[in-house]
Design a protein around this ligand. Structure first.
Ligand SMILES: [Zn+2]
Length: 335
């Protein structure tokens, strides 16, 4: 199964992009395309088909190479490595704020801005991955305008893949915050295996998900799994096993999926901020709704007839949904 945001068709050209001459040639090539990000939102066609708009340099008047971030080279309409790939081109991303006012106005005529999370269920896996990369890179630049060492202004260098302080020359690089997300399982004395799912108070009624949390400094991923489950629920787990990962640019994470086996079953959520946590059997999971449509549409549809104790799994494109479904189908886990 392919996880959303994990189907990057672009070769990041990590070595070539350091060469200024090569980068200038790619920047000025007529086939090169640009992905504009506006306050975390992506540009889509007006026809509500969620078709991403990639622009040419001609459409972005007086665009400076220093304001752009190199994303990579590849085909936007074929699978990575496909022999049938055509229209291979370089792709840059650029912050809407860096464009001239007249260009900004032109973009509003060409398309409409949409939140990536809301648009994701409608996107191809390739477009979702490209938009996620653009969003992550633009976000990093917009939140690292000043040097973390001396506080003076920094500026984008190395094709947008680093920032250098204008005073002390300190270099900083795009960061991704690692977060573990885990399917915790236990074989109960009644011979039924169950998994541990929780929910936040801010979520829509009935939605449950796997537990998750950020990795602390000086901590292994496995230690983070054990600590997070204990902190949130007081359940003790062992034997964390890595399954897969998913880029999660909301705003800057990578989700690292694990299974873990619980050695205790008593749940205590009083010391954390989660709203509820319960054990679910496979039979119960089979009755849960795994949303694959737009979260908004799904929630509206369900809200009209929601009942007490009616449970659902969160976004169908998230690694949480993948882990729950894979465990339900006995594709992962010990039990
Ligand atoms: Zn500095």
């Amino acid at each position: 199964m392919s996880l959303t945001y994990a189907n990057m068709p672009l070769d990041r050209c990590s070595n070539q992009r350091k060469n200024k001459r090569w980068l200038a040639l790619e920047f000025n090539h007529q086939e090169t395309l640009f992905c504009v990000i506006n306050d975390g939102m992506s540009l889509f066609s007006h026809d509500n088909t969620f078709t991403p708009i990639y622009l040419t340099k001609l459409q972005l008047d007086s665009l400076s190479i220093d304001s752009c971030i190199y994303m990579g080279k590849g085909s936007l309409d074929k699978a990575p490595g496909s022999a049938e790939s055509t229209n291979v081109s370089s792709l840059f991303t650029v912050d809407f704020e860096k464009l001239r006012f007249s260009t900004q106005e032109q973009l509003l005529i060409l398309g409409q801005w949409q939140n990536l999370r809301e648009a994701t269920p409608h996107l191809t896996l390739i477009d979702a991955s490209i938009q996620a990369l653009g969003k992550a890179l633009v976000y990093w630049h917009s939140t690292h305008l000043y040097c973390g060492k001396c506080g003076n202004a920094s500026r984008s260098v190395n094709s947008g893949h680093a920032r250098r302080c204008t005073e002390c020359r300190n270099m900083s690089f795009p960061r991704t915050d690692p977060a573990v997300i885990m399917l915790v399982e236990h074989m109960f004395p009644d011979g039924i295996a169950r998994c541990l799912l929780g929910r936040q108070a801010s979520w829509k009624a009935g939605i449950y998900s796997t537990l998750a949390g950020f990795v602390d400094p000086g901590e292994t991923l496995e230690e983070a799994v054990i600590r997070e489950v204990s902190e949130e629920t007081a359940v003790i787990v062992e034997n964390p096993q890595y399954i897969t990962s998913q880029p999660w640019p909301f705003p800057a994470s990578v989700m690292l999926g694990f299974t873990a086996v619980a050695t205790s079953t008593h749940i205590d959520i009083s010391k954390d901020d989660i709203d509820d946590c319960q054990w679910f059997s496979r039979e119960q999971l089979a009755g849960l709704y795994a949303g694959t449509q737009s979260p908004t549409k799904t929630d509206n549809a369900i809200d009209t007839n929601i009942k007490k104790h009616e449970y659902r799994i969160g976004s169908g494109y998230s690694i949480s949904s993948y882990l729950i479904t894979a465990w339900k189908n006995k594709e992962i886990g010990q039990y």
